[in-house]
Ligand binder design. Structure first.
Ligand code: SF4
Length: 323
């Protein structure tokens, strides 16, 4: 795809056009890579303005999960040492949230890694969400695995959580190879249920697990069909002890191209650069010019090296974003 074709596609998107898989693939194969990033950034500017959201996470429950996802440190297959605890102490969670808010973080996700949310734990998480919202003013998301429809309804009615996160992670074909204990169908059902009940849905993927660009594009289109408003893109970090060995580290160009193509496919969504970016810091400032309008900052979830919130905020302000 040449410069004029990229620009034409971008102009059509401004008028409401949704690009198809073939066009997205052609975009990803362009030799005019700078034109692709430039246009993706123009779409971001038109649809999202200069506002940039830093989000973070509090691991409200830390435990081994009964699923066997190859990429995950909390998986039953992983040998990564995990600090285990039941539902986090309320004051500790509130202190984290207040610290985040003081550093211009606007949103926090309450994460449980157990994939085993009993009704009692749900009650505790609902209470935590109210306290955190009250004391910090942060917007609150939840990543709690596959809740039942009744649990999702309770969460919607009783908590201060407005966004429910459930990542597709990768293409259906690759997912089947990397996780045999949970189905893609279950994920899609959870997302549909959360959306029907009235949650905003946050749903993204991990790149660098051996998927093709076509796989990523299909995930991006599926996410669009699901009406998702927030898309985290995580980059697989090599980590001792987890099942998967990254087949080949992704180079910067492939990561930036993925981000730009996601922006073309999901022009109005919040596209968030998530985990893994600490290993490739150079990507951060480049990613700001390829279409992202959010990124996650050091929370309590990381099992590796986090990135300082102040460092992130300074970089964004230098680039002219409003945080
Ligand atoms: S379901 Fe989530 S927490 Fe459990 S192993 Fe998979 S990625 Fe990890």
């Amino acid at each position: 795809m040449d410069f004029a074709q990229i620009k034409e596609l971008k102009d059509k998107i401004f008028e409401g056009y949704q690009i198809n898989e073939e066009e997205a693939l052609a975009l990803s194969q362009t030799r005019n890579i700078e034109a692709l990033y430039y246009s993706a950034n123009q779409i971001r500017a038109k649809m999202k303005g200069r506002v940039f959201e830093m989000c973070s996470a509090i691991r409200v429950e830390s435990a081994k999960c009964h699923h066997n996802c190859e990429w995950c440190a909390f998986s039953q297959k992983s040998n990564v040492p995990i600090k285990e605890y039941n539902i986090i102490d309320e004051q500790t969670a509130v202190d984290y949230a207040i610290k985040f808010a003081s550093k211009k973080v606007r949103r926090v996700s309450l994460i449980s890694t157990s994939n085993d949310i009993t009704d009692h734990k749900l009650t505790q998480i609902i209470e935590l969400s109210k306290k955190i919202a009250d004391k910090s003013g942060l917007k609150i998301c939840a990543t709690l695995g596959h809740l039942t429809i009744e649990q999702l309804k309770r969460l919607k009615e009783e908590s201060n959580i407005t966004t429910f996160q459930c990542n597709l992670q990768t293409s259906p074909e690759l997912y089947q190879k990397l996780c045999t204990s949970c189905s893609y169908k279950k994920k899609l059902e959870t997302i549909e249920n959360a959306r029907k009940i009235g949650f905003n849905v946050c749903c993204g993927l991990i790149i660098g697990m051996g998927e093709s660009m076509k796989d990523r594009i299909q995930v991006a289109i599926k996410i669009r069909e699901l009406g998702v408003k927030s898309i985290p893109i995580h980059i697989l970090s090599p980590q001792d002890g987890v099942g998967i060995t990254p087949p080949k580290p992704l180079d910067s160009e492939e990561i930036l191209t993925t981000i730009a193509v996601f922006r073309f496919i999901n022009p109005r969504a919040d596209i968030r650069l998530g985990g893994g970016r600490s290993l490739i810091k150079i990507i951060e400032s480049e990613a700001l010019r390829a279409g992202i309008n959010s990124w996650s900052v050091d929370g309590t979830i990381q099992t590796g090296k986090g990135i300082s919130i102040d460092e992130s905020a300074n970089r964004l302000e230098k680039e002219g974003f409003i945080i």
